[in-house]
Design a protein around this ligand. Structure first.
Ligand code: NAD
Length: 301
């Protein structure tokens, strides 16, 4: 191991998909040693070509790591990393620090936090906002829950992946803030869809409508970034409908457990269910506009 590697630390990175690939690449660019693992070996091979050390299984990636970082689809996959046969509880990583950056259940997070702590492993839930563009440009917003000391130990690694890095509270708080972020995003996408549906039915040029709205108090990230694809009928790229549906489900679970009524979230969740039932699950979130295509009997462009 070189002096540079000792200084910079070794990361066991698990989950090299849309987000994880870019985040792992940014850790490499920042000079960290990355042991990369994914159940898709082609994703591991790709990282290997960029200077990572390919791991053939989970334990290969985690046991020699100063910090283990995961970026996985949902709660069961993260639980497998913790509770699985060659998971972190069975084979604790050298640095005894685990950071999950996926969007998962805050209830599961608190359980994992307690179980890991009992084994002397610090755990942070540190989900992100900013999408694939933010992941690639290392400008993610990272919201971390867990012990302050663990946050301070993980912070240099976060700096390689993001720009807005905040310790938001105890275990589970990162996920709670992320779920609040997601409900704002979903309801905002819905508002953009409704404005475009009304403008289209009224015969207004949608590009003009969007430009005018962006210049006033209706401006939003969703209108700016997803509006063009909605207008062009391009449903293909971006944060997938099925991932947002997973997040909205988590929002609803948390809200029900705390008896917080979220009527806006309930409505937009049912529209995501409709989109998913129409085969839009792997499309980007802008495909929510197709729900409005169907409701107004407009053929998708
Ligand atoms: P993805 O499906 O593209 O990537 C997940 C990766 O995990 C895949 O490569 C998959 O093969 C791998 N994987 C699955 N199970 C595994 C296991 N047991 N062990 C090792 N690898 C495994 O998902 P993504 O878009 O990168 O999102 C990851 C997480 O980040 C999700 O929780 C998502 O909600 C959240 N997120 C995504 C975005 C986005 O825009 N895509 C933005 C913010 C947050």
């Amino acid at each position: 191991m070189t002096e540079k590697n000792v200084r910079k630390g070794t990361v066991g990175f698990v989950g090299l998909g849309t987000m994880g690939r870019e985040m792992a690449l940014n850790l490499l660019k920042a000079g960290y040693t990355v042991h990369a693992y994914d159940v898709r070996m082609e994703a591991v091979d790709d990282l290997l070509r960029h200077g990572a050390i390919g791991a053939e299984n989970l334990a290969d990636a985690t046991t020699d790591a100063d910090i283990v970082i995961s970026m996985l689809p949902d709660t069961p996959q993260v639980e497998e990393i913790v509770y699985g046969e060659d998971g972190l509880l069975a084979l604790p990583p050298r640095g005894c620090l685990f950071v999950d950056m996926s969007t998962i259940s805050p209830v599961a997070v608190r359980r994992m936090h307690a179980d890991l702590r009992a084994k002397g492993i610090a755990f942070l839930d540190a989900p992100v906002s900013g999408g694939p563009v933010g992941a690639k440009s290392a400008t993610l917003s990272i919201m971390a829950g867990g012990d302050k000391d663990a946050f301070l130990a993980a912070e240099p690694y976060f700096r390689a992946m993001g720009t807005t890095i905040t310790h938001v509270g105890e275990a589970g708080a990162g996920q709670t803030v992320k779920l609040c972020n997601q409900l704002v995003c979903a309801i905002n996408i819905q508002a953009v869809c409704e404005a475009l549906a009304l403008g289209r039915a009224s015969g207004v040029a949608l590009d003009t409508l969007r430009t005018v709205l962006l210049g006033g108090s209706a401006a939003s990230w969703m209108l700016d970034k997803l509006g063009p694809a909605m207008i062009a009928g391009d449903a293909s790229a971006g944060f997938r409908i099925d991932l947002m549906l997973k997040d909205l489900r988590l929002v609803q679970e948390q809200a029900l457990s705390l008896s917080v009524p979220l009527p806006g979230t309930a409505l937009v969740t049912s529209q995501y269910v409709e989109a998913s039932a129409h085969g839009e699950g792997t499309n980007g979130n802008q495909a929510l506009f197709r729900v409005y295509d169907r409701m107004t009997n407009q053929a998708a462009a």
